[in-house]
Ligand binder design. Sequence first.
Ligand SMILES: [Fe+2]
Length: 293
Amino acid sequence: MTDFEIRPICDAIGAEVLGVDLSKPLAHDVAKAIEQAWYDHVIVLVRDQDLTLDQQHAYAASFGEVAIRHQSTATAHEQKASNALMLITNVRENGKPIGTLPDGEMMFHSDTPYYENPLKATLLYAIDIPSHGGNTMFSNSYKAAETLPEDIKHRIGTKKALHIYDYGNQHKTEDSYDKSVHPHFAHPIFRKHPETGRSALFVSELMTEEVLDVSPEESRELLDFLFEHQSKPEFVYEHQWRPGDIMMWDNRCSVHARTDFPSNERRMLRRITLEDDHPVLAGEPPFHEAAAQ
Ligand SMILES: [Fe+2]
């Protein structure tokens, strides 16, 4: 048994694992404990790691099948390094970004909800971090779901929402994107987590465009309410990156956003993702039984 410790980060979301060296293969019991902490806390942070791409890949593979990227969206630099890698960086060569999502703020989203089978997990490893800003905010989508007013829970109960994304956008720039061009899919607004059985709120400001089976006006009203609700500070942890941090988050029950940072300072993180071996499941609205009487 390795001497390691798991500590909650804050009330909203997250746990930190201390006393592990992810450059070495994880003992089975340690991997299981980290996985359970991830189910319990939604995001899991390990600090002070020194990882090659292969070592990050091996850590990710402890928790599922590593996803291969759609090559049409990967830069030549990323493809050369690995078919699983996304570099989140503002580093440019000959004026062109060598990676993806280079600059500035990014609205709340989960990763790839616009596909039928969205990614289960994302593992982001920090290499170069600016002197300030470029933080990642993580919001707990279980808590967002559970704390909705009961009338909103009734209104969105079994409804679905349409997710669509104009690739590379960091802010939603149009009310509706062209479905003949951009990837899109409708999923239940209350999503059941396949491992915990809990219902999470599965929408985000960047990628959710429409509540289906209501009027356009009601869809807009509901989404505005849900986006404002999920960004409340009591559900959110804002992570200030340090080089050597690796964070694993669960795209089924969290959303994340990025704060602005100086464009003239280098920022580089390596992203690897995991496929979900479960389909998206509809969740029960998390009604408060007593309040519903
Ligand atoms: Fe993301």
